[in-house]
Design a binder for this molecule. Structure first.
Ligand code: PBG
Length: 333
């Protein structure tokens, strides 16, 4: 069959809204959203995040009504990121597995209030180490793999015990999915899910996040390139994801988001596992800043970006724009 103009006019199917709706290939809804939130210790606290205009960090008591409202409108899950006081950071990051730590107690409080809201916790040591790195460093500042995995495993178990539904290792150590799966099986957490940041690139788009969790000062210009992936690579992502599937991951994250959708599309065609994408802090701040300057229309640009994630093959997206998107989707009804 070799149809050509004028037999084929591509614009026919675009000529009216009804037909555009009928031929639309992907859909996007509140079901596709995960809201990443930054939590502060203490009570009655909220602090704006300078490098993420419009976003704040909250103590758990202040966060509860905010996520409660979103959950009522259909939000399925949140991802928690703790802001840890200087006095609790250490070389061995032992605060990471404190059963009464900030994340562990936040999980308990949120679960008690909203038992059906999925809670995803971050497994990585960067909020807890003096170096600001995701793992334990040696005297030269090199992140030690196996020593770190031991601590990550304790951290993951403490989150599962607190009631986390999904743990999400974002540290990029080797073998941590297997170690965590093993400890979950041994402790009968058969249904606690592991969302592996399987292909996480050493990206410049994480800058605002590091401000939000106060780790950029600690990092002090040292990079994460000895454990996060080189942004020039694509086949390496397949290898990473294959390993994590075999080690027991239930779903994988590819991160950052929009500039990395080629990786999502490739992985989607190759592996049968749910893929989430993380529309990271720098991507949020780029759209937000352009919108604040009047350079682009915020709502339509953000919604377009969400369809792009779906078109590439993502099952869900972690985005700081979640509350705004839910409000916009609500307005469309
Ligand atoms: C660290 C972590 C990072 C993000 C999530 N977990 C930053 C990093 O690797 O330095 C970035 C998220 C974002 O930029 O929004 N474990």
């Amino acid at each position: 069959m070799n149809k050509s103009y004028p037999n084929t006019r591509m614009r026919r199917n675009r000529s009216a809204k009804f037909v555009r709706n009928l031929v639309r290939e992907t859909s996007f809804s509140v079901n596709d959203l995960i809201y990443p939130v930054f939590i502060l210790p203490g009570k009655n606290k909220q602090e704006p995040i300078k490098s993420m205009p419009g976003k704040k960090r909250y103590s758990v008591d202040m966060l509860l009504p905010i996520i409660g409202k979103l959950h009522k409108k259909g939000l399925n899950a949140i991802a928690l990121f703790p802001v840890i006081g200087k006095e609790k950071k250490s070389k061995d990051a032992k605060e990471a597995f404190n059963p009464r730590g900030l994340v562990q107690s936040a999980v308990k409080k949120i679960k008690k209030e909203y038992p059906n809201l999925g809670i995803i916790t971050d497994i990585a040591l960067d909020p807890f180490t003096l170096s600001g790195h995701d793992g334990i460093v040696d005297s030269k500042g090199y992140v030690l793999n196996d020593k770190t995995v031991k601590v990550l495993t304790k951290q993951a178990l403490s989150h599962a015990e607190a009631g986390a539904d999904i743990v999400a290792p974002s540290d990029m150590m080797d073998g941590r999915i297997l170690a965590i799966r093993d400890v979950f099986e041994k402790n009968k957490f058969h249904n606690t899910k592991i969302l592996s940041y399987a292909a996480k690139y050493a990206s410049n788009f994480y800058g605002p996040f590091r401000d939000a969790v106060d780790s950029s000062k600690n990092l002090n210009d040292s990079s994460k390139e000895t454990y996060q992936m080189d942004f020039a690579n694509i086949t390496e992502a397949s290898l990473e994801i294959n390993l994590d599937i075999n080690e027991g991951a239930d779903m994988v994250i590819i991160k950052p988001g929009l500039p990395y959708l080629d990786i999502v599309a490739k992985i989607k065609n190759k592996f049968s596992i749910p893929i989430f994408s993380y529309h990271v802090s720098g991507e949020y701040s780029m759209i937000k800043s352009a919108a604040l300057k009047g350079c682009i229309d915020e709502k339509s640009s953000v919604l377009e970006a969400m369809y792009c994630f779906k078109r590439a093959g993502c099952n869900a997206v972690l985005t700081y724009y979640t509350p705004e998107i839910i409000k916009w989707l609500d307005g469309n009804k």
